[in-house]
Structure formats: structure tokens, C-alpha cells
Write a protein of this length. Structure first.
Length: 417
């Protein structure tokens, strides 16, 4: 009898643990989710975040290229990235170097950066649970998202919340379960090794284009230091079904240029990931639900980078989400978020997608000519372009200074968008 009473008491205690209430639940422990959790918690909301991996940044899925001005504006410490001042392009029969006098790009220490954001969120009061996967989404009779069921190391938890933020990345797991979003049809698949190498110029990153590198994309060498580089291959889907890891192994085995200049190369980590490449989601808010980061399509198609967007718009999502709680986190109250981020980058992403779509279809001979038009660009002009900073003034100025660019119709496509 005593044993039965003890079991009943434990069962009741477990029942209490399995049901929890929060203002906001966040799915995904990448830069978007961590930034949203930080901003919402800082605004006074009770927040819980779920990350499916065993640790924040346990599996690195990005090469970590970003921009120093963006990192400075977002308060990311300089110790977390390697500065880049020059940019090299290699095609089958051509090579162009764009040399800058000061660093504008950077390669992030991805794991350290994400964990820095996690500590910020934790310090602000957000709870973080790792190895936690979404099982189901709960809606009320009106279709509003009101909770989520999650498998965690503590067991299955039922979380009731006023707002669910989907920052799950490429999978968009929460919004797909809620019936708000479908799978991405166009996307990039990438594989890279983080390697020891005998020597690399830590101030230069390199992009390699052409069929021997990628059938529908590009390869890269991104340095973290003189002896640590990320060597990878990205391939566009559905344009090609080739496995980026197979292409990467081939490049390493053949030591294609510029790998022949790096001396000994020894992989120490393998990274593999996907990134959406079809523009932004038509809508990123619904009653009780908000999408941010790769879930929303907040990525620059030219070099398939989006960490800066993830942090900036993650913070915006947390701020707007916290403010929306007073009126029930309705779609109308969340539209402030969607209007703000789309107003800032929606047209830039669309324009960059047009240029990137054209690049994917180029032959080796066309690539040899294409990179030649970059030769006379300054580093600042190049960075503004590849960042997808497509303002009309900048594009007109660039086209006037570099007529060959206009002749290639890169900017005509942008200006007509």
C-alpha cells in the first residue's frame, strides 16, 4: 500500500513536470532562435528554447562567411571571427584577385559565435533545452497555435504558449507541422571540411566556379587562420543532384587550384547542411506563430549566407513577439515584424536571386568571361554587390564605372526587378 502511494505521488509529480506554461516557445537553437529568445526574455517574456542537437552548434551547417560592419552593428565580438580583406575567384581558365586595403568580410568561428548567443539568451532569462525535438503542434478551435509537444531528455513535455517562434532552419519543422509552410523546392546543399593546412593567406577567401568544382554552384576556401581553413562545395537543387561531398572529395584528391598552394591538408571536422534558395516565404506570421531565419527564407542567394539576417531579424522577432503578447499574439499584431524585415531585405533577396539563377546556368567558358568583369572592381564595390546591397544609386554608379558589368546585364536584371 505504501509502495502504491509512493508511485502515485511520483506519477503526479511527473504529470506536473510534463505540462509547462511559457509566454513564448522557440524551436531551434541557431542564431535566429537564440537571438529571438534573448530579445523576448530581455523584454520580460517567459521563454523556453528547444534545440534538437546535443549541444548548441553541435553540428555546424554553415561555412560562416559574413560581414564585419554587420557583426559590429550586432555587437558580435571581433575575437569570434577572422577578418578578410581580399577576394579571389578561380574559374577553369581564369583567375581574378580583388585586393582591399582593410577587412570588410569575415569568417566566423561558428560554434563559438552560436554559444556566445546562447549565453546571452540564458543570461537574459531564457531557458534552453538541448536534444529536444518537436513532436506535435497544438491549436485551439480557431486554428491559433497555442502549444507544442516536445521530446526532451526529461521526457515528453507539453508546452502551452501564446507564441511559437519557428527558428528551426531549413527544415521549418514547426511551421510545416502547423500547416503553414511546405518544403523548400529550390535550395543549396553544401559539404565542407574544416582542415589543418600548412599555410594559407588568412586575409583572402576564394570562390571556385566551373564544372570541375560544382555542376550548379561553387566551391570555396574560407580561412579561419593561416593553418585552419574551410574547404567546401555547394550545389543547387534541383538543377543538379550531384552529392557535394563526392565533389569535395574529388577536389581534394586532385588538389585542384588553389588547393595545390596550401601544402598539407588534413580534415578535422565535416560540416554538411542545406539552405533555402528560392527567396522569402510568402508569409512568415500566423496566429500564435512566427518564422525567422532560414525558416523564413532570410538568406542572401549570392553566397548563400544569412547569419547576419538571422541575428538581426531574430532580435526583431523576439521584440515584436513580446509586444504582441498583450493582444494575444495574433497575426495582425505580428505583421509589424514581417513588414519590417521584408521592407529592409525582401527586394534585395529577390534581386540577388535573379543574378544567382543566371550564374547557376553558366558554362566553363562563360565563367571564364564572367569573372573577368570583376577584375577592375574595388573591394568595396565588390563587397556591396556580393552582400546584395542592391540600391539603385549603387548599381547605377557601379554600372557607369564598369561598363562591362552593364554589358553582362547583371545590373539590368536588378534594376528591372
Amino acid at each position: 500500500m505504501v509502495m502504491m502511494m509512493m508511485m502515485t505521488t511520483k506519477s503526479m509529480a511527473r504529470e506536473e513536470v510534463e505540462k509547462r506554461k511559457y509566454d513564448i516557445a522557440v524551436v531551434g537553437g541557431g542564431p535566429a532562435g537564440l537571438s529571438a529568445a534573448w530579445a523576448a526574455a530581455k523584454a520580460g517574456a517567459s521563454v523556453i528554447l528547444f534545440e534538437k542537437d546535443e549541444a548548441i552548434a553541435h553540428s555546424v551547417r554553415t561555412s560562416g562567411v559574413s560581414w564585419i560592419d554587420s557583426m559590429d552593428a550586432l555587437g558580435i565580438p571581433s575575437r569570434l571571427y577572422n577578418p578578410i580583406s581580399s577576394y579571389r575567384f578561380v574559374s577553369p581558365a581564369n583567375e581574378v584577385m580583388i585586393t582591399g586595403s582593410s577587412p570588410r568580410s569575415c569568417v566566423l568561428d561558428v560554434r563559438a559565435t552560436y554559444q556566445h548567443l546562447a549565453f546571452m539568451a540564458a543570461e537574459a532569462g531564457a531557458e534552453i533545452m538541448v536534444r529536444s525535438n518537436v513532436i506535435n503542434i497544438e491549436k485551439d478551435e480557431n486554428g491559433k497555435v497555442v502549444g507544442v509537444k516536445v521530446s526532451t531528455p526529461e521526457g515528453d513535455l507539453g508546452i502551452s504558449c501564446h507564441l511559437l517562434i519557428d527558428a528551426s532552419g531549413f527544415s521549418t519543422s514547426a511551421a510545416r507541422r502547423a500547416g503553414m509552410a511546405g518544403e523548400w523546392k529550390r535550395y543549396g546543399a553544401g559539404a565542407e571540411y574544416e582542415c589543418y593546412c600548412d599555410h594559407a593567406n588568412s586575409a583572402i577567401w576564394t570562390l571556385m566556379v566551373g564544372q570541375q568544382y560544382s555542376q550548379a554552384g561553387y566551391a570555396w576556401v574560407f580561412p579561419l587562420s593561416e593553418n585552419r581553413v574551410r574547404i567546401g562545395v555547394g550545389i543547387g537543387r534541383p538543377e543538379s543532384q550531384a552529392d557535394p561531398l563526392d565533389r569535395l572529395h574529388d577536389i581534394l584528391k586532385r588538389r585542384l587550384k588553389p588547393l595545390d598552394q596550401l601544402g598539407k591538408i588534413q580534415p578535422i571536422e565535416l560540416h554538411y547542411g542545406f539552405i533555402p534558395n528560392e527567396g522569402t516565404r510568402p508569409t512568415t506570421v500566423a496566429d500564435g506563430l512566427l518564422l525567422v531565419g532560414d525558416s523564413a527564407g532570410q538568406a542572401n542567394p549570392l553566397v548563400l549566407e544569412g547569419i547576419r539576417y538571422a541575428i538581426e531579424f531574430g532580435r526583431l522577432a523576439g521584440q515584436v513577439g513580446a509586444r504582441s503578447l498583450g493582444v494575444g499574439a495574433t497575426r495582425e499584431s505580428l505583421l509589424e515584424y514581417e513588414k519590417a524585415w521584408k521592407s529592409k531585405v525582401g527586394s534585395k533577396i529577390a534581386s540577388a536571386l535573379k543574378v544567382q539563377s543566371r550564374w547557376i546556368g553558366l558554362s566553363d567558358e562563360e565563367w571564364d568571361r564572367e569573372i573577368e568583369v570583376l577584375r577592375d572592381m574595388s573591394a568595396d564595390e565588390f563587397v556591396d554587390f556580393v552582400k546584395a546591397e542592391f540600391t539603385t544609386t549603387k548599381m547605377m554608379k557601379l554600372a557607369l564605372h564598369h561598363p562591362k558589368l552593364a554589358a553582362r546585364q547583371l545590373f539590368n536584371m536588378v534594376l528591372k526587378s
